[in-house]
Design a protein around this ligand. Structure first.
Ligand code: NAD
Ligand code: ZN
Length: 347
């Protein structure tokens, strides 16, 4: 069954198609997605032999462009290589760039598409669970700098997002779990059903619901001026844990630990009851995600949080939860409450 969701943005609207087998059939339906004209299928070295080569040869007028795999290649150097490949492939302002891959491909290729000739058409084909439910929706694209992650970027709405859950068959299990952490976050923010479905095998329905949550948030706040901050539930802790671990903790696992910390802090501040916190921790554990961190120095974690762009003038700022569907932004949380929370989640 095919599901189509529509995202309305300040620049118009675009469809998100969720359909098993879509990738294998795309050659026969190229015109429906505007993929019969000149286009570049951009993917990485892992995904080219799995999906990229076949897709590029199934489309009537496509070239395949391959970038190296890994967050360390989400850089301006890779973007410069893409520009050169786009020129030599003869891409012009009416051409389409297809970003086929996880969030790294989506962000990097999306940024190249946003800036090459001041912007060409972009179709996102996310292949990781995280990219399907999170990074491919919302229009944020960009790359890392040596000084920090995601420091250069743009808002670039895609012309379409095509999600084929069949692609998850080859996703390594640990990468799959990174996506589950964001899905559970989306459930906590706005859709309690996700929290029960995520324990079942109904992954297509889980994806649809998690995408819908992200759509609603980005539609309400397309340029990240207010409630899009809710998507940072668990992320203030997560970013600090990633940083202090020297990026040894993968993002989704850090988000799982961060969700546990955010729920514990919510209980401590009497915003929510401990049953919700315990339920979330047991759900995270049941799907194979960690709720405790490796041993680390809580002072360093606090210091890393204090460098958060959103902590203006030393005022702390957390996204916490009153109950499922009721996130709340809390500022100036007492340092002692945060430190006690860290002591609870640090292993
Ligand atoms: N733009 C946004 O709004 C947004 C939101 C969240 C995250 N992000 C970004 O997304 C990135 C993380 O994305 P990710 O978790 O997808 O990581 P990723 O792109 O590095 O993919 C993880 C690994 O899985 C592989 N892979 C992906 N799909 C596969 C498949 N179907 N079969 C086999 N292997 C597959 C990739 O090659 C990679 O090795 C980060 O750079 C993060 O900053 C962006
Ligand atoms: Zn995240």
């Amino acid at each position: 069954v095919a599901e189509q969701l529509i995202v309305r943005t300040p620049d118009g609207e675009y469809p998100i198609q969720i359909e098993r087998g879509l990738l294998a059939r795309l050659g026969d339906h190229a015109a429906a997605w505007g993929l019969d004209r000149r286009c570049a299928v951009v993917t990485n070295t892992t995904l080219a032999p799995l999906y990229g080569e076949r897709l590029a040869s199934a489309l009537p007028n496509a070239v395949l462009v391959t970038i190296p795999d890994g967050e360390q290649h989400k850089t301006l150097d890779t973007v410069a290589m893409l520009y050169a490949d786009f020129v030599s492939a003869g891409l012009d302002r009416s051409s389409t760039v297809i970003a086929l891959g996880g969030g790294v491909v989506g962000d990097t290729v999306g940024f190249a598409a946003a800036t090459y000739m001041r912007g060409v058409r972009l179709v996102q084909i996310p292949t990781s669970l995280l990219a399907m439910v999170d990074s491919s929706v919302g229009g944020k694209v960009g790359v890392d700098l040596p000084q920090g992650k995601n420091l250069v970027g743009a808002f670039k709405q895609p012309d379409a997002v095509l999600i084929d859950p069949d692609a998850l068959a080859t996703l390594p299990p640990r990468e799959y779990r990174q996506g589950l952490a964001e899905i559970i976050k989306h459930g906590l923010l706005a859709d309690e059903m996700i929290l029960s479905l995520v324990r079942t095998s109904a992954i297509d329905e889980v994806i649809r619901r998690a995408v819908q949550v992200k759509i609603e948030v980005v539609q309400a706040d397309p340029f990240e001026q207010n409630i899009r901050a809710h998507l940072n539930l668990g992320h203030t802790f997560a970013h600090a844990l990633e940083q202090v671990s020297g990026y040894g903790i993968p993002h989704g696992e850090a988000v799982a630990m961060g969700l546990a910390a955010a729920l514990r802090l919510s209980v401590r501040l009497r915003l929510c009851d401990s049953a919700l916190m315990e339920g979330v921790e047991s759900l995270l554990r049941d799907v194979g995600l960690p709720t405790r961190t490796p041993p680390m120095d809580a002072e360093l974690v606090y210091a890393a949080m204090a460098t958060d762009k959103k902590w203006r003038g030393g005022h702390s700022r957390f996204i916490l939860l009153r109950q499922v569907g009721q996130p709340v932004i809390v500022e100036d949380v007492p340092v002692s409450d945060v430190m006690t929370t860290l002591a609870e989640v640090i292993g």
